[in-house]
Design a binder for this molecule. Sequence first.
Ligand SMILES: C[S@@+](CC[C@H](N)C(=O)[O-])C[C@H]1O[C@@H](n2cnc3c(N)ncnc32)[C@H](O)[C@@H]1O
Length: 202
Amino acid sequence: MLIGVGLGPGDPELLTLKAVDILKNSDKVYVPGRLAKDLVAPYADAEILEFPMIRDIEVLNALWKENADRIAEEARKGTVVFGLIGDPNFFSTFSHLKKVMRKHYSDVEIATVPGISSITSFAARTDVAVESSFEVSDGSEIGYKIHLKATHPKTIVKQLQAEGYNEFIFAERLFSDNELIIRKKEEIPEKGNYFSIIYGKK
Ligand SMILES: C[S@@+](CC[C@H](N)C(=O)[O-])C[C@H]1O[C@@H](n2cnc3c(N)ncnc32)[C@H](O)[C@@H]1O
């Protein structure tokens, strides 16, 4: 199994209990750089996996495949962790690694443990309150929308469709015993709990 583990923004005390537990009990830990290696050092002796910024797409794909080969071999025998700064699913190397793994090694199970992202860390450190809709950008086009307070999920999906979104996920009470995740658009209900989210992708 391969687990992407969020390590938070850089403060060793901002790792989650789950992250620490998994790091302690994994068979192999990879990280993309020195900061992540230092953060996991109390729990595991991590190896830095090189993901160089190369323009030649063929060389780049070959390097990603080489890394995937190594991870797949170990993830078939035990638990491999890839630890990343912030959260593994937001603007992260882990997202591309997942794509490469799913393409070449679809038998390897992949999971994610969320981490405290730079987005929420920023608000905490600068005393900023975000109280209305906001945009997070890395300069590329907007391709996703996350709609909080999705108490009327079907209506939100209709609105998002009109804006050009065409893939949806309804998620309710995440990480609780009553968690509900619906990926089929036609199964998204009229009404949702207050603790629910609609995710839309263009
Ligand atoms: C490749 S993205 C990784 C984002 C990360 N996965 C997350 O959830 O925060 C790298 C960018 O995240 C932001 N970032 C990450 N950690 C940060 C920190 N401790 N302070 C400020 N910005 C940070 C910076 O904008 C940086 O260029």
